[in-house]
Design a protein. Structure first.
Length: 568
């Protein structure tokens, strides 16, 4: 049985004395583990007012785990932070904060959950300010923070307004970048794109999915629409807007079902004003053509996102794939993507009727509306604006300085990037090393590093079987010969290892979002939820947990609560 479940069911462990606790732990350890979904239900079904609600024992357990976090952070030469912002249906903003640390004893990295922090509405505090509070709470020196990996619309707005620059001035070694472990968020939401038609398109698609969300006799040909709701876990009952233009299966289903949708809406138009309005909108050239643009753009970002889910992600390809993606988007402004081209080629033109100056264009047997030269010209402007906005958003998430830093680390510490022969390594990596030495001049001795570089390269060349991470671990490990021989490269390797990456971190971020969503849907306050999340995300095996310390913390908290009650 996990520590998580003990925090919910094993209340005697902390409600009694340490001897009772040890018996409970021993008994629980031999029990059959329960499914995670059931464990979640056990916690969330208990109201906070319930006498057996586990908030106080959980607080004690979480405190033990956070103490370990502080020891880990103190030992780590450098620290990376991940800030994942979520906004619920009631517009409550929360920041889930994770840290990445490096152990000098082994060179191994750890990703841990530091807590969930609510940003109150109307509060003057910013995301930047909240991150500063986390740094102080966990004793993270400003010089240790080298990476801030963010999935936060608010932080982006703060940067643009200038409010987010305070953190960079406070932490001289800090590099801010998009959260690579949250690759699914690479596409900007429609709220961040100043394109009027995008909201209209979202509204139309949303209305279609709501109208045909459940099977009926007449809509039996729309199975693909229904399957999307299950596949993508879309909750139409949520009051929060769904960003349909970033969900590829949803757009794909609209495209493939388009002829069927038009026929169904035409049949219902006489008795339903909603169906009439939707039918008219679906027949417009803009709607069909914009759907094709999305079919061309979304797979590009899907492919980019998949790169970041690889456990041992090759940093050397980050700069090329971001550059290639930006180039592809730029090229589509001039020549259009494959789906849009095929749509334009498939349209057939019929002789004009009484409407002078407007062509009659048909697609899949349906006459399209709004096909005048003016409408077509307006669509070209829409296409260019959308592609430029998406491209600009991508480049904002991966500034050139960040890409240069990441590619420089890869050039120096990835043996597979080195030339194939010793004769070719003479000038290899000099410019990349200069970039890193300048960026981290406060923690390295540049002259010594440049002097050591030729020998360092020859040794790395002989270690071609190692990966980027393997070499960095060997350098950071305090008892290794390479750590002693190349102190400046050991420092740079530690910075590289603190970069928030990998599937372990990605899973923890995903788990955090899931718990926050479920907790917020059942609780009106955030009290205790962060502790629950800490235990669920980072809780170790039972035999690795310090129950004696947890009991000590629990007794102290209970006595403190009793004293406060008496004072009141």
């Amino acid at each position: 049985m996990s520590l998580w479940l003990l925090s919910v069911l094993g209340l005697p462990l902390l409600l009694g004395r340490s001897q009772c606790g040890c018996r409970a732990a021993h008994s629980a350890a031999g029990a059959v583990p329960l499914p995670r979904a059931f464990k979640d239900h056990l916690y969330f079904s208990l109201p906070p007012s319930c006498p057996t609600h586990p908030s106080l024992p959980q607080a004690a357990m979480a405190k033990v785990l956070h103490n370990e976090d502080r020891h880990r952070i103190k030992a780590s030469p450098f620290v990376g932070l991940v800030v994942d912002e979520t906004v619920d249906a009631m517009e409550h903003r929360s920041l889930a904060v994770f840290s990445t640390t490096v152990s000098p004893c082994s060179g191994q990295t750890s990703a841990t959950f530091l807590g969930s922090f609510e940003l109150l509405a109307g509060e003057a505090a910013t995301v930047t300010g909240k991150v500063g509070e986390v740094l102080r709470a966990f004793g993270i020196p400003a010089m240790k923070l080298t990476w801030l990996s963010a999935h936060s619309a608010s932080l982006g707005a703060e940067r643009r307004s200038g409010a987010g620059t305070a953190l960079s001035s406070l932490c001289p070694l800090l590099t801010e970048m998009h959260c690579l472990s949250h690759g699914s968020s690479l596409l900007p939401t429609h709220s961040s794109l100043s394109i009027e038609y995008l909201q209209k398109y979202e509204t139309t698609v949303d209305a279609i999915y709501r109208l045909y969300s459940s099977p009926t006799g007449e809509s039996s040909g729309l199975q693909e629409l229904w399957s999307v709701l299950d596949l993508c876990e879309i909750d139409l009952g949520s009051p929060r807007a769904i960003c349909w233009t970033s969900i590829f299966p949803a757009v794909e289903a609209i495209d493939s079902s388009w002829p069927t949708l038009v026929l169904l809406l035409e049949n219902e138009a006489e008795r339903s004003p909603v169906a009439l309005g939707l039918c008219q909108e679906l027949k417009k050239f803009h709607f069909v053509a914009f759907t094709k643009i999305l079919l061309d753009v979304l797979p590009i970002f899907q492919k980019l996102s998949r790169f970041f889910q690889i456990e041992d992600f090759d940093l050397s390809i980050l700069k090329p794939i971001v550059s290639a993606t930006a180039t592809t988007l730029q090229a589509q402004k001039g020549s259009s993507g494959q789906n849009l081209q095929e749509f334009l080629s498939a349209m057939t033109e019929h002789p004009r009727g009484e409407r002078e100056g407007e062509s009659r264009l048909y697609y899949k047997g349906v006459e399209l509306a709004n096909c005048s030269p003016g409408h077509l010209q307006h669509f070209e402007h829409l296409k260019d604006s959308y592609l430029e906005s998406v491209r600009g958003s991508l480049l904002d998430r991966f500034p050139s300085g960040v890409l240069e830093a990441v590619s420089s680390f890869s050039a120096i510490f990835n043996p597979k990037c080195y030339p194939q022969t010793l004769e070719d390594i003479g000038t290899y990596g000099v410019s990349e090393l200069n970039f890193l030495l300048q960026a981290y001049s406060q923690v390295v001795v540049s002259e010594r590093a440049m002097s050591d570089f030729p020998l360092f390269k020859r040794i790395v060349f002989s270690l071609s079987q190692l990966s980027f991470r393997d070499l960095c671990v060997k350098l950071v490990y305090s008892s290794s010969e390479m750590h002693e021989l190349f102190p400046d490269f050991a420092v740079l390797a530690a910075i590289a290892l603190a970069l928030p990456l990998g599937s372990v971190l990605a899973k923890k971020i995903s788990r955090g979002r899931e718990l926050l969503k479920r907790g917020r849907s059942r609780c009106t306050k955030d009290e205790g939820l962060s502790n629950l999340m800490k235990i669920a995300i980072d809780g170790p095996a039972i035999d690795e947990f310090d129950f004696a310390l947890a009991i000590e913390y629990y007794e102290s908290m209970r006595e403190s609560g009793f004293i406060k009650t008496q004072v009141k």
